[in-house]
Design a protein around this ligand. Structure first.
Ligand code: C2O
Ligand code: CU
Length: 457
């Protein structure tokens, strides 16, 4: 710090440059609020939100720039902010107990880190996250490419669901019932986009839109389709695909995952245009595009790919650290015994402790990491989902690629959605030093055993 300040010709004279600069950080306050979530006619719902809304304050920063925010905790519980998908400094990763202490009610913490990769990211509480994210503590972080693609509109669509008591429209309790912990997680009964029941965008035929989809739900998997819109997927989990991929079938997003689409409005004025989600027995509008008029006579041509982010190349055929990673447990699962807090326990005793899942026979966090890597080493994880449920496995601090047949590589990602019974391999270069979580992003699962960590020296 002193070196940087001196190089800039700034006298630091005993005061750390950073502490002084922090006074100018914008505040990001987590607070209680009451907002209209349910349709008109229903009462408001008590939430916790960054800036008093859910989704919270939208943050935009230029690629290579710094994210600098003073987190102020005005909640009745300790909290911390995790910057999901950011290859940030470990000390800024926001995981209480691993990278920082939880910020007490009334306290604050200064987050300050570089955003090396352009794309669509998000931030959320990582303390008691099943409850705190369910109460609304999440927001979107956009890291802008230096040259933004040629579109008429850039729209963020945050997909979320809330489990509310239908009478009071307050959060249904218990927040984290044993049934949702051992089954598919806390699934809501009110599905929203950008915190509203009937998200509508006014558009014109042949307009080109960039849609940034973020799945901020605790556990819901969204399966999305387009009506009256046609286009391409440009990025997944913020990371650009090598080439835009025409959208043919459903766009599936597990909790924590994102997709950047470029779509053209092909519907004529007055004709239906929707983003829809699949539901049992049909599909429901997730966002409505009200088409009025025509922006131009014809659609534009194919979009260019987004420029790649500056990550190390993954080479799964090189000398890799190969690890097996078996997920077990849950309802209808095969978990009979596992180690929990250093003790071998039978399933019924684990269930007593509200723990239902294990990785390689171990339930939840341990004092020593699941794996340790030398910096720069390539790691390959062969992940077996030996359970009856899908899981969304999220790695902090680094991005990975799926290893496909013949060592072909899938797109860069930070969260891998796996079906029950599947085996999938991922590989990444362990190039970011620190302690990084690897957990299921179905937050009730993470709280019931599906959470471990790795260390990069
Ligand atoms: Cu989006 Cu460990 O989290
Ligand atoms: Cu899970």
């Amino acid at each position: 710090m002193a070196t940087t300040a001196a190089a800039m010709g700034v006298a630091v004279a005993g005061t750390p440059w950073r502490a002084r600069a922090n006074e100018h950080f914008a505040t990001l306050e987590a607070m209680e609020a009451s907002v209209q979530l349910a349709p008109e006619g229903y009462p408001t719902t008590d939430i916790w939100g960054y800036g008093g809304t859910s989704p919270g304050t939208l943050i935009r920063v230029a690629q290579g720039g710094r994210v600098q925010r003073r987190f102020v905790n005005s909640l009745p519980q300790p909290s911390a902010i995790h910057w999901h998908g950011l290859r940030s400094d470990n000390a800024m990763d926001g995981v209480p107990g691993l990278t920082q202490d939880a910020v007490a009610p009334g306290g604050s913490f200064d987050y300050d880190f570089v955003a090396p990769d352009a794309g669509t990211y998000w931030y959320h509480s990582h303390n008691r996250s099943t409850e705190q994210v369910a109460r609304g503590l999440h927001g979107v972080l956009i890291v802008e490419e230096p040259d933004t693609p040629d579109v008429d509109r850039d729209e963020v669509l945050v997909l979320d669901d809330w489990l509310l008591d239908p009478e009071t429209v307050q959060l249904a309790t218990p927040i984290d019932a044993p049934h949702s912990r051992s089954h598919g997680g806390r699934i809501g009964n009110l599905v929203l986009t950008n915190g509203t029941f009937d998200q509508t965008l006014d558009v014109q035929q042949n307009q080109r839109l960039r849609l940034r989809l973020v799945n901020a739900a605790n556990a819901r998997i969204f399966s999305l389709d387009l009506i009256g819109l046609e286009g391409w997927t440009l990025a997944l989990d913020g990371m650009p695909l090598d080439a835009p991929e025409a959208i043919g079938g459903a766009i599936v997003l597990g909790p924590g995952q994102r997709a950047d689409l470029i779509v053209d409005v092909v519907a004529e004025a007055g004709a239906p245009a929707y983003l829809t989600r699949a539901e049992r027995g049909g599909s429901q509008p997730q966002a409505t595009f009200a088409v009025t008029g025509q922006a131009s006579r014809a659609r534009r041509g194919l979009p260019d790919a987004l420029p790649p982010n500056p990550n190390d190349t993954v080479d799964p055929s090189s000398d890799v650290a190969q690890l097996a990673f078996n997920m077990e447990g849950g309802a209808m699962g095969g978990l009979r015994r596992a180690t929990f807090e250093g003790e071998a326990m039978a399933f019924r005793d684990l269930a007593q402790a509200n723990q239902f899942w294990s990785f390689n026979g171990t339930v939840g966090m341990t004092d020593t990491p699941f794996a340790s890597f030398d910096r720069g080493q390539t790691a390959r994880l062969s992940i077996l989902n030996d359970t009856a449920f899908p899981h969304a496995m999220h790695l902090h601090g680094m991005h990975f690629r799926e290893v496909l047949a013949g060592n072909a590589l899938g797109p860069w990602r930070d969260t891998l959605l796996m079906d029950g019974g599947e085996r999938r391999d991922i590989a990444f270069v362990a190039n970011n030093p620190g302690k990084w979580l690897f957990h299921c992003h179905m937050l009730s699962h993470a709280a019931s055993g599906m959470m471990t960590w790795m260390e990069v020296a």
